[in-house]
Design a protein around this ligand. Structure first.
Ligand code: SF4
Ligand code: SF4
Length: 207
């Protein structure tokens, strides 16, 4: 028995007047710092074409081996980015990612940046491998969804010099190649756990 049993109550009493540190999450979501490292985003040019050129530099820079990229050639019938190549398959495995931002530093086209979104928990492994469709930024005013033709008279360099500010009048989306459905299909539920990991995870380990 302590000498002064009321001493313990004193500690409790004093704590009642201290500033509360408890965060009322998820009812209240504390704003992050502007440069917080959250979920990634694949950016577009102002006309909707993609900035990613499928160079894989982000994947090679990643210390956690969390990125898988497959590049492919653009054609005039199916153009995703202004230059020669684009990222046909792009995946980030958030089971591995430590949100360090090294991939963003490595990207030569500013295609890859990080958002402030931090709610990345989920109940399956497959759903934490984000595909290109999940990472690609939405369409803003003046954009047409890729694939579509390059702005007439403009070159890839002009895009990076900021000379293209919106889609050319009359721009329409081209018919996507069937091969790109690969990245759109949800990963099958039976591969969620155990040895049969999603194909995406196997591909990541191949690099
Ligand atoms: S933030 Fe870091 S760990 Fe995550 S994908 Fe980029 S380089 Fe890899
Ligand atoms: S996100 Fe950037 S570094 Fe990664 S493949 Fe695309 S262009 Fe290359």
């Amino acid at each position: 028995m302590p000498e002064n049993p009321l001493g313990g109550f004193g500690v409790t009493f004093k704590a009642m007047f201290k500033k509360r540190l408890t965060e009322q999450y998820p009812e209240y979501k504390k704003p992050t710092a502007p440069r917080f490292h959250g979920r990634h985003q694949l950016n577009r040019h102002p006309d909707g074409l993609e900035k990613c050129v499928g160079c894989e530099l982000c994947a090679w820079a990643c210390p956690a081996d969390a990125i898988y990229v497959e590049g492919a050639d653009n054609t005039e019938e199916e153009r995703y980015s202004p230059g020669e190549r684009y990222g046909r398959v792009y995946q980030i495995n958030y089971l591995r990612c430590i949100l360090c931002g090294l991939c963003v530093e490595a990207c030569p086209t500013r295609a890859l940046t990080m958002t402030n979104e931090y709610e990345l928990a989920d109940s399956s492994r497959a759903s934490l491998i984000y595909t290109k469709e999940e990472l690609l930024s939405g369409l803003q005013e003046g954009m047409v969804d890729s694939p579509h033709a390059i702005f007439p008279g403009m070159t890839e360099k002009d895009y990076y010099n900021g000379l293209v500010t919106e889609a050319a009048p009359g721009t329409v989306q081209q018919e996507p190649h069937s091969g790109d459905k690969l990245n759109e299909e949800p990963q099958p539920a039976e591969t969620t756990f155990g040895a049969a990991e999603p194909a995406a995870a196997e591909a990541v380990s191949e690099k």
